[in-house]
Design a protein around this ligand. Structure first.
Ligand code: ZN
Ligand code: ZN
Length: 344
């Protein structure tokens, strides 16, 4: 059965959105302001970057800073996703501050917004109420075509006239002074990631000309491309097997897609992730390369993070034992746990 067939009976309920979705009002206006600023910043900067590349040219400094910052922020989205959303591991306040800084430097909105949207996505995955599904728009209506659905999932959703209520989905974030500090100061971290760090490195290694190239190419253009790579998880990895493969028969259109997995350091193993949402390490086979998961396991070995969820527990489930594996079966349990506590 395809996802479209499996969710069709709910179509009549489309107008009735679930709780935690805000339609119109100041929160939606604030979301649009964020979207306009972010979109203008990244698209304007990317156009300028391409003009600069073809008229002025770039060198190894710009390319190296591009690669380094792309890698850093791709790890950052792994922390945003697996730590702040799903609590796949735990850590102390110093480590949480570092994770929050890198996560906010991904230029994908505040921790509060990202966490709220993603928990809502899991709770209503590819059903009415999902924030970015190829099958339903933000109002819960079915998309008129698969192509339009894909465009909505890939980025069009940020222009829906509704938003996610952080007070409903992310009370733990609202109660966390570190996460909220980075939520309030998010634009400074965006500036650091997209302008100040690339510009400073460019100036040190090549003067003003290289500095401009680094800001445009390694800062703004890189932020745009990295956001597009992450968005493949919402579109390609929810294509119901049109791209990639489904290891598990989940109640959504999720797939594992290996090119997306390489570009996103493992986030493209999305069918595995929806099946075991709290797992810190998403790979189930040698060819499923999960760099973000390996980094978390490495941090665990160094003693910088602890209580890593999922490791060793799948085998318990395979052996028919109860206990550890059961906690990662429910698609929303990681978030639900945090909805009822301000715990870490
Ligand atoms: Zn998903
Ligand atoms: Zn997730």
């Amino acid at each position: 059965m395809t996802v479209i067939e499996s969710v069709a009976p709910e179509q009549a309920e489309a107008a009735k959105l679930p709780p935690g979705v805000v339609v119109e009002g100041p929160l939606v206006d604030a979301k649009f302001l964020d979207s306009y600023i972010g979109f203008g910043f990244l698209v304007g900067g990317s156009i300028a970057a391409l003009i600069w590349v073809f008229t002025q040219g770039i060198g190894w400094v710009e390319i190296s800073v591009f690669a380094g910052m792309f890698a850093l922020t791709t790890v950052g989205i792994g922390f945003m996703h697996r730590y702040f959303v799903h609590r796949s591991f735990r850590c102390g306040p110093v480590m949480r501050t570092i994770l929050a800084a890198i996560a906010t430097m991904t230029v994908q909105g505040s921790i509060l917004k990202w966490v709220s949207n993603h928990r809502r996505h899991h709770l209503h995955s590819d059903k009415p109420g999902d924030v970015h599904s190829p099958y339903y728009d933000g109002s819960g209506n079915s998309h008129v075509s698969f192509r339009k659905g894909m465009m909505h999932a890939h980025g069009g959703w940020v222009w829906d006239r509704e938003t996610t209520d952080g007070a409903y989905y992310a009370r733990d974030i609202l109660a966390d002074p570190i996460a909220m500090f980075f939520t309030r100061t998010r634009w400074y971290w965006v500036a650091l990631s997209a302008v100040i760090i690339p510009g400073a490195i460019g100036y040190v290694f090549g003067g003003v000309h290289t500095m401009i190239g680094c800001v445009l190419f390694s800062g703004l253009f890189r932020s745009y491309l990295m956001t597009m790579a992450t968005s493949l998880v919402n579109s390609v990895c929810h294509s119901d097997g049109r791209w990639g493969y489904r290891r598990f028969e989940t109640h959504d259109g999720t797939t594992n897609e290996l090119v997306t997995s390489l570009l996103t350091f493992g986030e493209g193993l999305h069918n595995n992730h929806h099946r075991f949402p709290r797992d810190a390490y998403l790979s189930h086979a040698w060819y499923e390369i999960d760099i973000n998961g390996l980094i978390i396991l490495g941090l665990g070995k160094l003693g910088l993070v602890h209580d890593i969820v999922g490791v060793g527990k799948r085998q318990l489930a395979a052996d028919g034992e109860q206990g550890g594996a059961a906690e990662s079966q429910n698609a929303f349990d990681g978030a639900a746990e945090d909805l009822h506590s301000a715990g870490r």
